[in-house]
Design a protein around this ligand. Structure first.
Ligand SMILES: [Zn+2]
Length: 460
């Protein structure tokens, strides 16, 4: 096994420079979920340069891709790749607020996840081929993570079928392997359609006031469901107070550790909105966008990643990296002491704050994830995360994760017994629950006309 691991690391080291170069390349072309045409092309070309055949537009999704190398019978290892950006989070790669606030930006650092995970897959495939290791490495390009849709659509299309284990990575606030849950979440767009009117006349069937009343009503109901988090934006709510808008679109999401609470909360939200709309004679339409379980932790996979990441060692930040991140941290959190996790730990207790669209998959295929740390003072989904993601001080953590995944993929491939143990652990954790991943309903819109989704003009 030592020689196998050494070769994985060597194959990874040979492309480390290329991986790092791609961080900046993706960062420079931030694309909204389901519109990652350039970003997915960059990553597909990366694999093709290394002699790996890629299917672009895989599973009927234009910005998805898959590269699979199968070599006889053995563990089938999936590596998930993400590359979408977030709306209105652009910032120049400087340690202060500067840049076009309307442009998308990599405020979640998926410009790293793309090259990190793809590069790990390339190194693993090269090692697999040289050593004739039996099994499969499947690199899956997953669009639109940020709206919780991409992996739901991929799962419904069979992208993860037959896999024995899945690994992935993300930048966050800690260096290490995770075997703990995150939040379950569901989101949807709710459309209220009334009658347009002059703002000075008494308007009946007022879509905006109805949407606001409906939301306020659900806020009161939500308070009776302990721990349920509610977030919302109005996507289309008029332009001038002089014109009562005919249509208002409200995008709302609920989060909770427990998927059954999320599902019930979402159902109550939709029911409340529908009731208030009905009382005010306003037309109502609900479109669910996402519905994801939180991660099911898997200690067996988690320990494999933990072994690998400890061998790689913590991120090798330079003094200049630390100076730059300290400056950025001060811009976000003036006066607070600089706070960065610099060791490696194992995370199998507690719960993470986010929801992930691979949550559902983790209940069907054992899934492990490694994180790399950014300063605690820098908020994620914030302009500063975009700035950091475009600066070289964000590279050491991401490279650590990439090398870890390359090693872990090969190690899983070479350890059928460990993979079987991971599957048994999943079965034991799922118990007798029946896991039916909810199929997303808006796939046709995001496949055929994703721009209409972002313009808030779409309908089905
Ligand atoms: Zn993310």
């Amino acid at each position: 096994m030592q020689d196998t691991m050494r070769m994985a690391r060597q194959n990874w080291a040979e492309i480390a420079g290329e991986i790092e170069g791609l961080f900046a390349q993706l960062w420079a072309v931030p694309e909204l979920p389901a519109m990652e045409f350039t970003s997915s092309d960059i990553l597909c070309s990366f694999m093709e340069r290394h002699g790996i055949a890629v299917e672009r537009g895989a599973f009927g999704i234009p910005t998805a891709f898959v590269a699979s190398v199968i070599h006889g019978q053995g563990p089938r290892v999936g590596i998930l790749v993400e590359y979408d950006a977030l709306p209105a989070l652009y910032n120049d790669a400087v340690p202060y607020r500067q840049g076009n606030r309307r442009k998308p930006g990599h405020g979640c650092g998926h410009n790293h996840i793309g090259p990190v995970n793809t590069g790990a897959g390339i190194a693993a495939i090269k090692t697999m081929k040289t050593l004739s290791l039996p099994g499969e490495i499947r690199i899956i390009g997953c669009p639109a993570e940020e709206i919780g849709w991409g992996k739901l659509a991929l799962q419904a299309a069979g992208a993860f079928d037959g896999l024995d284990v899945i690994i992935t990575s993300h930048g966050d606030y800690q260096n290490g392997s995770l075997a703990r849950p995150c939040h379950s979440m569901a989101s949807g767009e709710f459309r209220f359609t009334g009658v347009s009117a002059h703002g000075g006349k008494v308007a009946t069937r007022n879509a905006l006031e109805t949407a606001e009343a409906a939301f306020a009503a659900f806020v009161r109901i939500k308070d009776e469901i302990p721990g349920l988090q509610l977030k919302h934006v109005y996507r289309d709510a008029g332009i001038t107070p002089g014109v009562t808008p005919e249509e208002v679109r409200l995008w709302a999401s609920v989060r909770h550790p427990d998927f059954t609470v999320v599902s019930e909360g979402y159902r109550k939200m939709e029911e409340t909105f529908r009731t208030i709309a009905g009382e005010r004679n306003v037309d109502f339409c609900a479109e669910q966008i996402a519905s994801c379980r939180g991660y099911l932790g898997n200690d067996t996979v988690g320990r494999v990643l933990d072994d690998c990441i400890r061998e790689v060692g913590p991120p090798r930040w330079t003094d200049d990296d630390i100076t730059w991140m300290t400056e950025l941290s001060s811009a976000c959190d003036p006066g607070a002491p600089f706070d960065l996790h610099r060791e490696i730990d194992y995370f199998d207790t507690g719960i993470d704050y986010y929801g992930q669209d691979d949550g559902n998959v983790s209940w069907v295929v054992p899934l492990g994830r490694v994180n790399w740390a950014y300063p605690n003072n820098v908020p994620i989904h914030h302009w500063a995360w975009t700035a950091l993601s475009g600066h070289s001080s964000s590279s050491p953590g991401a490279l650590m994760a990439s090398e870890t995944l390359a090693m872990a993929a090969v190690r899983l491939l070479a350890s059928p017994k460990t993979v079987e143990a991971a599957k048994s652990e999943l079965q034991a954790r799922v118990e007798d629950r029946i896991i039916t991943p909810p199929a997303p309903t808006i796939t046709d819109v995001l496949v055929k006309d994703p721009q209409s989704f972002w313009d808030a003009t779409w309908s089905r």
